[in-house]
Design a protein around this ligand. Sequence first.
Ligand SMILES: [Zn+2]
Length: 524
Amino acid sequence: MAWSLLIRNGTVVDGSGAPARAADVAVEGDRIAAVGPGLAGEAARVIDAKGLMVAPGFIDIHSHSDLVYDKCPSAESKVRQGVTTEVVGMCSFSPAPVAPGRADLVQEWAGGIGGKIPITWNTFGEYLDHVRSLGPSVNIVQFVGHGALRLAAVGPAARPATPDEQKGMERLLAEGLDAGAFGFSTGLVYAPSVYGNTEELVSLARSMASRRGLYFSHIRGEAATLEQAAEEAISIGEQGGVPVQIAHVKASGRENWGKMDRVLRMIDGARARGVDVTGDVYPYPAGSTKMDNLLPAWMHDGGISKLLERLIDPKARQRAIADCLVDGERWRTGSGGMGWDEIMIATCSKPELAGIHLAELARRTGKEPAQAMMDLVMEERAGVSMIVFSQSEDNVAARRARAASRQAPPAQLRDVPARARGLLPREAALLLGDRGAQDDRHGRDQARPQGPRAGAGRTRRRSRAVRSGHRARRGHVPGSASPSGGHPVRDRQRPGRGRRPPLPRGAGRPGAHPSVAHAGAAVG
Ligand SMILES: [Zn+2]
């Protein structure tokens, strides 16, 4: 018989925990047809994987690719690292639902994270249909963003939801789950998610318990209030009766680095008393998000247009400086205190600014750093993303060792190649004990020579061929190469719910996706 693909001479690491073994892998359509040494048979395409590992596609457990699938459905930055499934809709951000007449609000809100999304939908189901029409090359596990729920049901105002608005959010969440979403996520340092109180979130969690929804929490503070914030997330899961995952577990700001151990113990303690709580981590001492998040929550009241109005007002600027500037040199928000030389511009409309610190921006412009930052956010209409070096390498090592799963940074942000493209190579380097090999600060230069579109056509053609064969069972997430234990997303079977067909997902068997060859290259 003739297979569509035969990967020969590789070392198979199948993700089950079994030792690596020499074996060939034959693929027919989107399914593994055979695994074994010296497979004999014809194949339309043969890959010689001598000296390489062959592994199942990896799952990126935390991604913001849903904000860029329109620009880059081939998901190059992920597929080339061996990622074949991504969990998206994280940190309160999702492109749906959108209330009629509020598309602009949603576009502006997501601007600094993923750029403008051409919104042509209202309901979550319509949005998922749009994603299907793009034909992304990865399998997608989509969450509903709490920020999107709030923008649709409450608007951008800084106030508690009324009972009617609360019901509205719960109805929209139920619609999202019925359409194929896996749960909801918060970003409790981002407007408007930050305006939701604990009660609101418990109620939302409770409302999805019967649909087996999951709660993904970017918690309310990763700095001074880290422990209270972790406690809140755990209690929302506990009271709501749903599993909870704490996103990118970290302690930001050097004054808070000592809290990491206590938070890890807190998660262990909750698990010991039966709460289904997990965390995810990334292997970098730097985080990445939108720069307008350096501004306090009250400035965001009313949405981006109000934020821009306040940035014109010198009194509002002075109040922001009074709230956030510590000792005249560090800028402190719920995400931690940072020096101006620890905050790097990642993307904005001026490519020449990418990669410089705010301290350098201040020098170049002759302004106070806080004013230079606020001017930049204003000029770019909040469309600036940043990298913040606010964590300790020791904590990165500690949380990698302890947390149950892995997290990735925003995908496909072309000008932050180290974070978007280097995650799994760095993870592999760390596992192999070569911590310096993929250092975040140097990774930018290493990743550049490939160019943002290198090989795009080839990957997309291959992915399409694979996708045409995908008829995945609803909600099944392919196995991960990670040897870690039970996980709420990875291990969950969520059969037969809802009316819509599933997004293209993996065939549910390790290695069903031909990007196993890429995965091999990444870790080999
Ligand atoms: Zn987040």
